[in-house]
Every structure is written in structure tokens, then in C-alpha cells.
Design a protein around this ligand. Structure first.
Ligand SMILES: NC(=O)c1ccc[n+]([C@@H]2O[C@H](COP(=O)([O-])OP(=O)(O)OC[C@H]3O[C@@H](n4cnc5c(N)ncnc54)[C@H](OP(=O)(O)O)[C@@H]3O)[C@@H](O)[C@H]2O)c1
Length: 222
């Protein structure tokens, strides 16, 4: 059993948390407003779920999922994330996040920007390319023929291995999409972002296998 800390417990965070609970993991949720505001979610998820302030959720996790608006990166608790494997689900959207020059100019990926705020963490980009409703509905057991694949990008081989094991445990397989500097290949608007899993209007989604995800990554242009 892995303990997964969450910084952010919105649409995507709470969906990953639900899949993690179903897979037998322990989870610690957090948000910007405080643990008391997560009481209903914790009650729904059951005894292996709890909520805490963000710093405590970060400290508790063997893996920590950072799943917040990019504009919240400067407020993340860097000290308890030192040495941790961190999954970054986040996508940059200037309409929500305001304009961030390094991202507008594409001199950094959003994951590299995140790493700048939590420099001692081992960041792996994952889950950013799938709609949260598809993430819930497309999870499949390991032996299923229609298992979907998710791209992961990161600079630490051990962190990627830990994230792969976690993702495998909650119903997906992974495609290694290279280092964090290449994570633009799975950013908002790229071929692998959303489309392989079907339109947002169909909440069930469609399974996307390894070949489809590799082809979509290869088709990305910057
Ligand atoms: N929605 C999707 O299908 C989807 C899919 C893939 C990736 N993403 C990306 O993943 C990230 C999260 O998306 P979402 O849709 O889950 O967003 P969301 O529903 O708006 O949830 C955002 C969460 O972040 C929390 N938060 C904000 N600032 C924080 C801070 N300083 N410390 C701790 N928690 C903080 C919020 O807490 P409060 O509510 O208390 O403010 C909330 O729990 C975004 O970057 C998004 O682009 C989304």
C-alpha cells in the first residue's frame, strides 16, 4: 500500500484519489481552504482517506500529486516536498492562470516551472492529458484488452518507476514520453491531450492503447 498525498483535491485530484482508494492505497487530501472543507469527500472515500493542511499532506505522501492551477505554484510547500516523487497533473491556461512569460515564450514547460518552485522534488508529469471523467471511466484491470495508456515525462528514473507502479495499480499503463523538458509534447492542445480518449461530450470516453498514445506524442509540434 502506498500513501498518496494530494495538493489540490478538485476534479482531477479527487478522481485520482478515488481510483487510488479503489486500488487499496491510503490518501491524504488537501486544498487551499483547509481540511474541514474536505470532510464530505473524505467520508465518501472511507477509512483510508483523510485530509490535512497542504504541508502535512505533502509530508505524509510516499508519492504526492500536485493538482492545482499553475498560478498556485508559488504557494506550494517546498520543504516537505524535498526528496519526494511528485506527480504534476497541471496545465497552463492564461485565461485562468494569467500570463506567465516563460510559458508564453515556451522557454520552459509548465513542469519545469513547477520544479523551479520545488527544486528538491522529483517531478513526473502525468494525468494532465486526460479529462477527469474519462480518467474515472476508462480505468481497467491489468489483464483487460482495452486498457488505456497515459504518457509520463520526468528526469528521475526511480520517480518514473514509482509513478508507473502507481498508475499501473489504478487501472492504466504508461508510455515513457522522455524528460520534463519534452513534456510540452503532452501539454494543452497537443495531439495526445484529450483527443485519444474521445470527446468531452461522451463521459465514458474511448480506450486509447499504446500505439495511439505513441503516435499522438510523435505528432506533436511546438
Ligand atoms: N479537470 C480536468 O479534467 C483536468 C485534467 C487534467 C489536468 N488538469 C489540470 O490539473 C490541475 C487541477 O485541475 P482541476 O480541474 O482538478 O482543478 P479544480 O477542480 O479547480 O481544483 C483545483 C484544486 O486546487 C486547489 N488549490 C488551489 N490553490 C491551492 C494551493 N495554493 N494549495 C493547495 N491547494 C490549492 C483547490 O483548492 P480550493 O478549492 O480550496 O481552492 C482545488 O482543490 C489544473 O492545472 C488543470 O489544468 C485538469
Amino acid at each position: 500500500m502506498t500513501t498518496v498525498g494530494f495538493i489540490g483535491s478538485g476534479s482531477i485530484g479527487s478522481t485520482i484519489a478515488r481510483l487510488a482508494i479503489e486500488a487499496g492505497h491510503r490518501i491524504v487530501l488537501s486544498n487551499s481552504r483547509g481540511p474541514e472543507t474536505l470532510a464530505d469527500t473524505v467520508a465518501e472515500l472511507g477509512p483510508r482517506a483523510s485530509a490535512a493542511p497542504s504541508g502535512e499532506a505533502a509530508a505524509a505522501g510516499d508519492i504526492v500529486v500536485v493538482t492545482v492551477p499553475v498560478k498556485a505554484f508559488p504557494n506550494l510547500p517546498a520543504a516537505p516536498l524535498a526528496g519526494k516523487t511528485v506527480i504534476d497533473t497541471c496545465n497552463y491556461g492564461p485565461e485562468r492562470d494569467g500570463h506567465i512569460p516563460e510559458l508564453d515564450s515556451k522557454s520552459l514547460t509548465s513542469s519545469e516551472l513547477l520544479l523551479g518552485y520545488i527544486p528538491d522534488a522529483m517531478v513526473v508529469k502525468a494525468f494532465n492529458n486526460i479529462f477527469f471523467k474519462h480518467l474515472l471511466s476508462l480505468a481497467r484491470p491489468a489483464e483487460a484488452a482495452d486498457r488505456s495508456y497515459l504518457p509520463i515525462a520526468g528526469d528521475s528514473a526511480p520517480a518514473k518507476a514509482a509513478v508507473t507502479e502507481f498508475i499501473e495499480s489504478i487501472g492504466y499503463s504508461v508510455v515513457d514520453a522522455g524528460p520534463l523538458a519534452d513534456s510540452w509534447q503532452q501539454a494543452t492542445g497537443t495531439p495526445v491531450w484529450g483527443t485519444p480518449y474521445g470527446p468531452f461530450s461522451n463521459q465514458k470516453g474511448q480506450p486509447a492503447g499504446e500505439d495511439a498514445i505513441r503516435a499522438a506524442l510523435a505528432a506533436a509540434t511546438r
